[in-house]
Design a binder for this molecule. Structure first.
Ligand code: NAD
Length: 491
């Protein structure tokens, strides 16, 4: 087993060895200053084949396949310990690749370690089942791995997503080929190195960097990949789902969102406003669960928007490593250009810019992909900026009259990932929570997340649930076993 060499371009991890990619490479760019971080390599089709072959062989090895759950759990705990040891390195890699502020990058590194620990304990404690039988036989459900799992991740929270896929897939007994986003490839490479240090057999965790349309697609199409776990945009998820349907393999798709954050007139407005600001501007709005559609009851609309704009204008936008910075740059210059187009479309459709809507001024912002926290009013639910996922620090505000009007507007979206409700009326909270077509609902809070609680979307926001016990079962197939107990009727 080799240690990740400190070379440029960074190599790929295949079968426990660090190898050079194909002739192509691409630059990782720091969005805070536009400088090149380093070069990364593109895995060729032949390297995808090699990685899948090594994963298939490794997954079939009795030493891995039959590993006792408590021993497998120890491997995951060792990975958690190593993630903690390398916490600053993970945070720095993420910060320089996607521009998130240091405190968020650090928190995500800690949370990734906790994810490995959680799935270690699920692995050690989750049993098979004896099911009610209808005769003199034992009927059981056992759970088995798929074999080779492809895990494909986005750039906004790379390590978080990678931990949420790799930890349960390994806990379930699979081998994994991890394909990170071309914008944030380094945390995955470090995770691969940590896997080797923790003692994962060669081939059990391969890491391939490269282009989605080349490396990612080749993985999804590969005949020996038996399950695909994807987090990313809805269009990409749909194309992966179509290939998987043709191949008859299961997929887990965690996709985009346009989550409604709702304020009723009886809400604690002070708490609601803080939560709305965190819900959309944290991570520069590059969060799948960003509360990007704000619905405010008409009776408090003017008062609430004035408070929201006042508080949001104090958000500290700065270089991501600066102490106290609350918003760094966007993840790339191309992504900022995309967001600027949405803001222009909102203006063309009659939207008013209540805050931001442009790049910040100042020498520290000159070379980075910065954009100010932006609040847009005056649009209806049909406007492009309200319907499409912007994935940036842009909040569209809408008003509603009553509960029925709110539910109709909030559910009039292709997406269904998350929602937030602010009200003092617990009966209304329950009614609205059940009526909203979203996979997650927060009541009088927002963006609280626990690794034990299943996570995933309704409608175009995805298929399948990560996290929790379900998050491990996602990587297993069940097998029904019937065993006669009747010595006179063994036929
Ligand atoms: P993306 O869909 O462009 O890319 C995601 C990953 O897919 C990358 O690794 C990319 O290389 C790969 N990819 C691209 N085309 C592919 C193809 N044809 N076949 C296989 N792989 C391919 O998404 P992104 O821009 O990196 O991330 C932003 C999106 O991710 C947003 O829509 C966001 O909402 C979503 N997201 C969802 C969740 C969730 O849990 N629901 C979490 C985070 C991000």
């Amino acid at each position: 087993m080799s240690q990740q060499p400190d070379q440029d371009p960074k190599p790929l991890l295949i079968n426990g060895e660090w190898v050079s990619g194909a002739t192509e490479s691409f630059d990782s760019i720091n969005p805070a200053n536009g400088k090149v971080n380093y070069a990364l390599q593109v895995a060729s089709h032949a390297q995808v084949d090699a990685a899948v072959a090594s994963a298939k062989a490794a997954a079939a090895e009795p030493a891995w396949k039959n590993m006792l759950p408590h021993v497998r759990a120890q491997l995951l705990v060792r990975m958690a310990d190593l993630i903690v040891q390398h916490g600053d390195e993970f945070a720095r890699l993420q910060m320089q690749e996607n521009g998130k502020v240091w405190s968020e990058c650090k928190a995500q590194a800690s949370s990734a370690a906790a994810t490995f620990r959680y799935f270690a304990s699920v692995c050690e404690t989750l049993g098979s089942e004896i099911t009610p039988s209808r005769g003199n036989y034992l009927s059981m459900t056992a759970y088995e791995p798929y074999g080779v799992v492809a895990a494909i991740t986005p750039w906004n929270s790379p390590l978080t997503m990678e931990a949420q896929k790799v930890a349960p897939a390994l806990a379930a007994g699979n081998a994994v080929i991890l394909k990170p986003s071309e914008i944030t490839p380094s945390p995955a490479l470090l995770l691969g190195e940590i896997g080797l240090q923790a003692g994962l057999p060669p081939g059990i965790l391969n890491v391939l960097t490269g282009d989605g349309a080349v490396t990612g697609k080749a993985l999804v199409q590969h005949r020996d990949v038996r399950m695909v776990s994807f987090t990313g945009g809805t269009a990409t998820g749909r194309s992966i789902g179509m290939i998987a349907a043709g191949r008859l393999i299961p997929v887990a798709l965690e996709l985009g969102g346009k989550s409604p954050h709702i304020v009723f007139e009886d809400a604690n407005l002070d708490a609601a406003v803080q939560s709305i600001i965190g819900g959309i501007f944290e991570g520069s709005g590059q969060s799948c669960v960003a509360g990007s559609r704000l619905f405010v009851q008409a009776s408090i609309y003017d008062e609430f928007i004035a408070l929201l704009v006042k508080r949001s204008s104090t958000i500290k936008v700065d270089q991501p490593e600066v102490a106290g910075a609350q918003m760094g740059p966007l993840s790339s210059f191309g992504h900022r250009a995309r967001i600027e187009k949405f803001v222009e479309s909102a203006k063309a459709e009659g939207g008013q810019i209540a805050l931001g809507g442009k790049r910040p001024e100042g020498s520290q912002f000159e070379n980075g992909a910065f954009f100010l926290p932006t609040i847009i009013t005056g649009l209806d639910n049909q406007a492009i900026a309200v319907r499409d996922e912007i994935f940036g620090p842009v909040l569209c505000v809408l008003r509603f009259e009553d509960e029925a009007d709110l539910i109709a507007q909030a559910n009039d979206s292709a997406f269904g990932l998350a929602s937030g409700i602010w009200t003092a009326n617990y009966q209304r909270a329950w009614r609205v929570a059940r009526a909203l077509e979203t996979g997650l609902v927060w009541i009088n809070t927002y963006k609280q997340l626990s690794i034990s609680t299943p996570f995933g979307g309704f409608k175009d926001s995805g298929i399948g649930r990560e996290k929790g016990v379900t998050g491990l079962r996602l990587y297993q197939q069940s097998k029904g076993i019937y065993w006669s107990m009747d010595p006179n009727n063994m036929g």
